[in-house]
Design a protein around this ligand. Structure first.
Ligand code: DAH
Length: 340
C-alpha cells in the first residue's frame, strides 16, 4: 500500500475513534496510538526510506497534513471534553442559594447574669449606678474599715480564704463601699454586683458566689428610706403582691441593722422545706451605715447618713427560677442552662 493511502487510512481510522471518545484519558491513549513516538504515523514514515528522493517532499507534506488534521481533531475533542467535565462538576457542586441557611444556635445569658441584670435594672430606675471593685482584698478593706477588727467574732462567720501575701479573697462586696467613699464625696448611690468567696460548700453554699451590695449616702438619709427602697426593690423583683418583712439584726458595719425576709415564694408562706416551715425566706442584710465606717473613710458622721444592703444573687436566682441546688449554676450543663 502506498504511503499516501496508509496516511489516508490512518486518518479515517482515527477520526471516528476521536469522535466517539468519552474521556480525556482515553483521548490521550488515542493520541499516543496514532501520533506518539511509537505510534502509527512514525511507523508509516519508516517507509520513506524506500521512496524515491524526488517524491519525498510531496509525501512529507501529505504526512504533515495528516498529522495536522488529527491534531486538530484531538484538540477540538479535548476542549469539548474539558468543557463537559467542568459543566458536570458545576452541576454536581451546585449550591441552591434559595435554600434556608444552616443556623448557628444562639447562646444566651447565664441565669446568674440574668439575675444581676434584672436587679441592676430595678435599682437603676432608682438612680443607683453600677460600681466594681477588686476580688483580692487587703484585710483592711474586707474587715477593718468595715468595723470588723481582728478579734471581732463576726470574722468567724466569714470562712475566709487567706492568701500567703496576707490578702484575702473578698468574703463580701461590702469592701467596695469603702473604696468608693474614699474616692468620692456624698451624695453616693451605687450598687456593686460581684463575685465573693467563702470556704463553704453544700446544696445552698458554693465557695464562689455572687452578691450585690447597695450604698446610699447623703445628708439626712433615714431608715424609712432604707425600708422604702428595699420594699420597692423586692416587690419589683418578686411581684407587687409580695409580702416583705424587716427583722432586727446585727452587722458590724451598720447600726441599726436588719435582715429582710420575703414570704416564701415556693409555698406562698404555707411552710415548706425551703423556708424551713417558717413561711419566710431571708433575702438580704441591710442597715444604716455605722458611724465608725464613715470615720474610716474621712466622712463626718454628724454631717452624713446613709444605708447599705447586701443581697445574695444565687439565692435570688434559685428562688425565682426554681433551681434546687446551687451546683447546677456552675456545672455548665447545657441541658440545664437551655431552660432559661
Ligand atoms: N456583707 C454582708 C454579708 O456578706 C451582707 C450585708 C449586710 C451587706 C448588711 C450590707 C449590709 O451592706 O448593710 O453577709
Amino acid at each position: 500500500m502506498s504511503i499516501q493511502s496508509q496516511l489516508d487510512q490512518m486518518v479515517s481510522e482515527a477520526s471516528p475513534l476521536i469522535a466517539g471518545c468519552a474521556s480525556l484519558v482515553e483521548l490521550e491513549d488515542i493520541r499516543l496510538q496514532f501520533l506518539g513516538k511509537k505510534g502509527a504515523l512514525t511507523e508509516i514514515l519508516k517507509g520513506l526510506a524506500t521512496i524515491d528522493a524526488a517524491e519525498r517532499p510531496a509525501i512529507g507534506m501529505a504526512a504533515n497534513q495528516a498529522k495536522t488534521a488529527l491534531s486538530t481533531l484531538l484538540d477540538d475533542k479535548k476542549s469539548e471534553l474539558e468543557t463537559a467535565s467542568l459543566a458536570a462538576e458545576m452541576v454536581k457542586n451546585a449550591i441552591d442559594v434559595t435554600l434556608p441557611g444552616v443556623g448557628t444556635p444562639l447562646g444566651h445569658r447565664h441565669p446568674i447574669s440574668q439575675t444581676i441584670d434584672e436587679i441592676s435594672q430595678i435599682l437603676g430606675r432608682l438612680g443607683f449606678a453600677v460600681e466594681e471593685g477588686p476580688e483580692i482584698e487587703s484585710d483592711y478593706y474586707n474587715f477593718e474599715a468595715l468595723n470588723i477588727p481582728d478579734d471581732h467574732p463576726a470574722r468567724d462567720s466569714h470562712d475566709t480564704f487567706y492568701m500567703m501575701s496576707g490578702h484575702v479573697l473578698r468574703t463580701h462586696t461590702s469592701p467596695v463601699q469603702v473604696h468608693v467613699m474614699e474616692r468620692e464625696k456624698p451624695p453616693i448611690r451605687i450598687i456593686v454586683p460581684g463575685r465573693v468567696y467563702r470556704r463553704d460548700a453544700d446544696a445552698s453554699h458554693s465557695p464562689a458566689f455572687h452578691q450585690i451590695e447597695g450604698l446610699l449616702v447623703d445628708e439626712k438619709v433615714t431608715f424609712a428610706e432604707l425600708k422604702g427602697t428595699l420594699d420597692y426593690f423586692l416587690k419589683a423583683l418578686f411581684g407587687a403582691k409580695q409580702s416583705v418583712r424587716f427583722r432586727p439584726s446585727y452587722f458590724p458595719f451598720t447600726e441599726p441593722s436588719c435582715e429582710v425576709d420575703v414570704a416564701c415564694v415556693l409555698c406562698q408562706a404555707k411552710g415548706c422545706a425551703v423556708c424551713k416551715h417558717t413561711g419566710w425566706l431571708e433575702i438580704l442584710g441591710a442597715g444604716m451605715v455605722n458611724r465608725n465606717v464613715f470615720r474610716k473613710v474621712g466622712y463626718d458622721p454628724d454631717q452624713v447618713t446613709g444605708f447599705a444592703f447586701g443581697v445574695g444573687v444565687e439565692r435570688i436566682a434559685m428562688l425565682k427560677l426554681g433551681i434546687p441546688s446551687i451546683k447546677l449554676l456552675t456545672d455548665n450543663d447545657l441541658r440545664f442552662l437551655k431552660q432559661f
